[in-house]
Design a binder for this molecule. Structure first.
Ligand code: NAD
Length: 295
């Protein structure tokens, strides 16, 4: 039975750890949140009382934490000093490329194999075990990474060396942030024009406006039952997380000299929505900003 340590059991990590347990892997789980830890126990994981305790006998360590500073701290203070050197370390959080490369370098210097493996797919895919993983790792380690991620994945692709997974992820999420705003603007306009937004969804989903934000994650309640729009935008992918990813993309664009003006606009709109108090709501709730229907 493969021994997995799973650190970070939030909206995404909770479902991912449950899928590892369901695949008959021995999962030692840890989160700072007690309710998250209890939920993981209910899904077949064992609860550890610290990161250090979770990783001490692990063959694979998986982290799913909010942002770069959390990952840097947990790796430097607990995982690298306490995990067995044979453990394969996989960070699935979305973080800045620099942090990913820094943690990879520290892990490598300490004798570990490490991969950055951020995900695409949202909470529904995390629960269903159908995430897309984009991996930055040494080529020789990829087969082991793919095998470790199997119970949680629909597809696992190697983007390149350390940091390349995070580069792919922030570019992908810049597309997502921009496309969600485009879909929301169009739905709000359809409503103003007296066109039933659900009918618009049906038409545009089969026309050239088709995209993931519209077809798989519709911000208007109804057409896509699994989307957070049907649960008052609770759970899902928080606005604050989308804002974090758009900031990462802008920082990377500034450093590399790339032009990303629509990404900058999307960052500004999500910053406004966050400042209005909606940072905890799913990012598709920005629809109501365009509708002028903030509650
Ligand atoms: P979340 O806030 O729901 O979960 C993060 C968890 O980490 C929380 O339960 C928190 O208590 C825990 N945590 C924080 N610091 C910790 C520490 N030091 N030790 C142990 N646990 C700690 O966030 P999420 O939505 O699950 O997202 C996690 C990551 O996945 C983020 O980087 C996010 O950008 C990325 N992501 C999220 C989605 C989504 O749809 N939610 C999709 C793709 C990628």
């Amino acid at each position: 039975m493969t021994r997995i340590a799973f650190i970070g059991l939030g909206n995404m990590g909770g479902g991912m750890a449950a899928n590892q347990a369901e695949a008959q892997r021995a999962v030692m789980a840890f989160d700072l949140s007690k309710p998250a830890l209890e939920k993981a126990q209910g899904a077949g994981c064992s609860a550890a009382d610290s990161v250090a305790a979770a990783v001490k006998d692990a063959e694979v360590v998986i982290t799913m934490l909010p942002a770069g500073p959390h990952v840097r701290q947990v790796y430097a203070e607990q995982i690298l000093p306490k995990a067995p050197k044979t453990a394969l370390l996989i960070d699935c959080s979305t973080i800045d490329v620099e942090s990913a490369r820094a943690v990879a370098a520290q892990a490598k210097a300490a004798g570990f194999r490490f991969a950055d493996a951020p995900v695409s797919g949202g909470t529904a895919a995390a629960e269903a075990g159908t995430l897309a993983f984009m991996v930055g790792c040494d080529e020789a380690d990829f087969a082991a990474v793919e095998e470790a991620l199997k119970p949680m994945s629909r597809v696992t692709l190697r983007a390149g060396d350390h940091g390349a997974g995070q580069a792919a992820k922030i570019c992908n999420n810049m597309v997502l942030g921009i496309s969600m705003i485009g879909v929301c603007e169009a739905l709000a306009l359809a409503e103003k024009l007296g066109l039933d937004p659900v009918k618009f969804h049906e038409i545009s989903s089969q026309s050239s406006g088709q995209c993931w934000s519209l077809t798989s994650y519709c911000p208007w309640p109804g057409p896509v039952p699994a989307a957070p729009s049907n649960r008052n935008y609770e759970g899902g992918f928080a606005t604050a997380m989308m804002l974090k990813d758009l900031k990462l993309a802008q920082e990377a664009a500034a450093k590399s000299g790339a032009a990303a003006p629509l990404g900058a606009q999307a960052e500004g709109l999500y910053a406004l929505f966050d400042r209005l108090g909606y940072g905890g709501k799913d990012f598709s709730a920005i629809l109501n900003l365009f509708r002028g229907e903030l509650t």
